[in-house]
Design a protein around this ligand. Structure first.
Ligand code: CTP
Ligand code: CA
Length: 223
């Protein structure tokens, strides 16, 4: 199906999407990250654009082309992602958080490459919790007053529905989308579980772009 035929359900709306992993530096040449490919978030940005929205995509380090007509902001760490996301959220009508944000970062990043000290001892890394970007945005005036519709994602290894319901309440978002596994990271196909105040419904397995279009339609219905 070509973009030309997509109904313009989000015309006049501003949609903000976070996507991909974050990268948290240990030193100038090393860091910790995760296996998020960014594909789902990029597909959602594309689908929202096809639906007529003005789309900003805040992307962690991924090797994916920018969807046509989408404004992309590249970031590396969770804190950079938050700094790029907050001002964009202040202008947005919809925020969709698909990023796999690193929950923790090394407490301090060395400014020079850490060298082996010759004793066979590995460095001891201490970690500190990263800001929760979705929860921060969902707690903003704009979201609380109903002008910004926030959507969270959850990848769980077990008890998806229960975790998704709990996560929806903890993050205080109207819609939480669960990735129905197994192992969706990097895959081109997925299925989604939508959890809102009314209950649950499934978007059946399909290519990520088809799921993204279905999700965009679900979001548009709720605005
Ligand atoms: N999220 C975020 N910032 C974080 C962590 C998560 O914005 N620091 C967002 C993700 O983009 C996703 C949602 O919150 O939309 C849920 O992420 P997830 O990792 O599943 O939840 P956590 O609250 O981090 O809980 P846990 O990893 O312990 O399950
Ligand atoms: Ca997490």
């Amino acid at each position: 199906v070509v973009a030309f035929f997509q109904p313009r359900r989000l015309a006049g709306k501003r949609v903000l999407v976070t996507a991909g992993p974050t990268y948290e530096a240990i030193d100038p040449v090393r860091g910790i990250t995760n296996l998020s490919s960014g594909k789902m978030g990029f597909a959602i940005a594309r689908a929202a654009r096809e639906a007529g929205a003005e789309v900003t995509l805040v992307a962690g380090p991924v090797a994916l082309p920018t969807p046509r007509g989408v404004t992309r902001i590249d970031v590396r760490s969770a804190r950079e992602m938050l700094a790029a996301t907050e001002p964009a959220a202040a202008q947005a009508d919809v925020f969709i958080a698909t990023a796999a944000v690193a929950d923790w970062r090394p407490a301090t990043a060395a400014d020079q490459k850490i060298k082996k000290d010759g004793t066979g001892q590995a460095p001891q890394l201490a970690f500190t919790e990263n800001p929760d970007i979705l929860a921060t945005v969902a707690a903003s005036q704009r979201a609380v007053s109903g002008r910004l519709f926030c959507v969270g994602f959850a990848a769980e290894s077990h008890d998806l529905a229960a975790h998704a319901r709990a996560k929806r309440e903890r993050k205080r978002v109207p819609l939480l989308v669960g990735n129905i596994g197994p192992a969706t990271f990097g895959a081109d196909d997925n299925a989604l579980l939508l959890v809102d105040a009314q209950g649950e419904r499934e978007i059946p397995r399909g290519p990520k772009l088809a799921l993204a279009r279905a999700l965009v339609a679900e979001v548009a219905k709720r605005l």
